[in-house]
Design a protein around this ligand. Structure first.
Ligand SMILES: Cc1cc2nc3c(=O)[nH]c(=O)nc-3n(C[C@H](O)[C@H](O)[C@H](O)COP(=O)(O)OP(=O)(O)OC[C@H]3O[C@@H](n4cnc5c(N)ncnc54)[C@H](O)[C@@H]3O)c2cc1C
Length: 519
């Protein structure tokens, strides 16, 4: 019988197949020649002690025991070119995985995406970085693959259902992601690898009879007697169907405004907001691994930190080891930060959102906007940052200790944020209570992670698109909008996901519910 084993080894042994076989042969007392194959089932890092260990769960096949290399295959998709049509608005993880699931269920998705395909999108990212031009339909949040395409591609999630998570990870592997994502405790794909995977998903949707239309912004939803009839695009074209998955993400402000104007029920939702901090990766490695030099076998270290400050949660968000800070505005006249990493996470800097949980009462000054109060609060901060930094895509920046001491930094060294920085007193970007929590919080962080609170770390503001400021309420059983039949609010923009994996899971769920309703 193949033997499953939990063990702790050095990073070097974990990284080297033949060293691992040697180690296992001693542990289970057989000769190395007797070991036919070792598969790693789970891998995580234990950095609690000075001598860092790798936790492994392995399965060992000895000679003569049945072992077959398994290849993860795509589901058996059907040709749906003449099947019932379902409109999917948005080609982010929620929309794309909804489309794949619809095909699996014998329904034809028509995916409408305001942005360009992944290749076309690159030119617009360059324009933001180099020329400070923000295309409102094609940027770091909008375009094929959605907000996750040019990201770190971290695939961890708080989603509790292991089965659902594994299914999405396996689909990603079948579309070309490394099998490592099935094994790592904290899997990620990397910005350089995501576009090809997204392209392959799109090609599969088209191959099996679905449609994917780029440069197609939905500007109206046709509703009659509280039931969906179809949509209108920016060119005035109508597409009719009575089932619609609305997966437009947390930055589609025009969609929230449209729903509000049409009196389609939406509500304000708390989200989190703060800054993006950048340290050298070397410093984060030395803090997290308690070493001067990470060595050849450990990955660039991540960190995760949470504190309660003045009764509010302040925490790291979307931490990107070996990554870059990206300009993620979706309209001219605003500045927004987020972060990405390549698959090797080999950049010299580590960045992380450091955000504070907001409450609905924080949006009171914007109460006249009703359900859009949180969105207007978010927008006002992004616009303030734009004005403060010089009305380009430059970002307000400050050294970390200077920020805690309300002192404008004398200089800001070059950071990974390509459009550039403007030295400001960061407190001006936020309402006073938020600046105060951030100041206190960084001092607390410095106590937990010695070395973290340093003037070598640069803060960039704001990190404001952490999750949707609006929820589009739906029936928890059918996932249909509470008021409009045939409308399926989906993914992060609707308030039902936070990250690539949970958005993809939600997309699949909405597709399943539509198939159920059509039975
Ligand atoms: C730089 C960056 C890094 C990130 N890193 C990670 C990470 O490492 N791991 C992680 O889990 N998450 C990460 N995220 C968050 C993650 O990308 C989102 O949680 C996820 O993409 C949400 O998926 P979604 O499909 O719900 O929405 P989105 O991905 O936002 O997709 C919505 C899509 O709808 C389209 N759309 C909007 N309005 C319209 C309209 N009117 N008509 C037609 N189309 C429209 C948009 O163009 C977009 O493509 C990152 C986000 C950014 C910006």
């Amino acid at each position: 019988m193949p033997k499953e084993l939990l063990l702790q080894v050095t990073p070097e042994i974990a990284a080297n197949e033949s060293l691992l076989k040697d180690h296992l042969s001693k542990q289970i007392k057989v000769s190395v020649q007797e070991i036919q194959h070792v598969s790693i089932l789970k891998r995580s890092i234990d950095a609690r002690q000075k001598a860092i260990k790798i936790n492994l769960k392995v399965i060992i096949y000895l000679k003569g025991e049945p072992f077959q290399e398994t290849k993860i295959e795509l589901p058996l998709y059907k040709d749906v070119s003449s099947a019932q049509e379902v409109i999917v608005v948005g080609a982010g993880p929620a929309g794309l995985f909804a489309a794949l699931q619809l095909i699996e269920l014998g329904l034809k998705p028509i995916v409408l995406e305001r942005g360009k395909d992944v290749r076309g999108r690159r030119r617009d990212l360059k324009a933001i970085n180099r020329e400070h031009i923000v295309n409102e339909d094609s940027n770091y949040c909008f375009g094929e693959g959605g907000a996750g395409t040019y990201s770190d591609g971290k695939l961890y999630t708080r989603s509790k259902k292991r089965g659902d998570v594994t299914r999405i990870l396996e689909l990603l592997v079948a579309f070309g992601a490394s099998e490592d994502i099935l094994v790592e405790a904290h899997p990620h794909i990397g910005t350089n690898k995501l576009p090809k995977i997204i392209e392959d998903i799109r090609n599969k949707i088209i191959e099996f009879g679905g449609q994917v239309l780029f440069d197609t912004r939905v500007t109206d939803i046709l509703v009659k007697n509280n039931e969906v009839e179809g949509i209108v695009t920016q060119t005035g074209d109508k597409i009719l169907a009575n089932k619609l998955i609305l997966a437009t993400g947390h930055s589609a402000r025009d969609i929230f405004e449209l729903l509000d104007k049409k009196k389609i029920f939406i509500e304000a939702k708390p989200f989190a907001l703060g800054v993006r901090a950048e340290h050298s990766q070397e410093l984060i490695d030395s803090i997290q691994y308690s070493c001067d030099y990470r060595g050849d076998y450990l990955p660039p270290a991540p960190y995760s930190i949470v504190k309660q400050v003045n009764g509010r949660g302040m925490y790291s968000f979307c931490m990107c080891p070996g990554g870059v800070i990206a300009p993620c505005a979706t309209s001219p006249g605003e500045v927004v930060t987020n972060g990405w990493s390549p698959s090797k996470r080999d950049q010299a800097t580590a960045n992380s959102g450091i955000v504070i949980e907001l409450k609905l009462e924080d949006f009171k000054p914007f109460a006249k906007f009703g359900a859009l109060a949180g969105m207007e609060f978010q927008k006002s901060i992004e616009q303030k940052a734009w004005h403060l930094a010089g009305e380009t895509q430059k970002v307000p920046a400050q050294r970390m200790i200077d920020f805690t001491q309300n002192k404008v930094s004398a200089d800001i060294p070059k950071t990974s944020y390509v459009p550039g920085t403007t030295s400001v007193e960061m407190g001006q970007v936020f309402p006073g209570f938020l600046s105060q929590i951030l100041r206190e919080g960084f001092k607390e962080f410095g106590k937990s992670m010695r070395g973290y609170l340093t003037n070598e770390a640069i803060l960039h503001a704001p990190e404001s698109r952490t999750s949707s400021p609006v929820r589009i309420p739906r029936d928890p059983m059918t996932l249909e909008h509470l008021q409009i039949k045939g409308l399926y609010p989906c993914g992060e923009g609707a308030g039902y996901a936070g990250g690539i994996i949970s958005a993809a899971i939600d997309g699949e769920k909405c597709a399943l519910m539509i198939a159920e309703a059509l039975k």
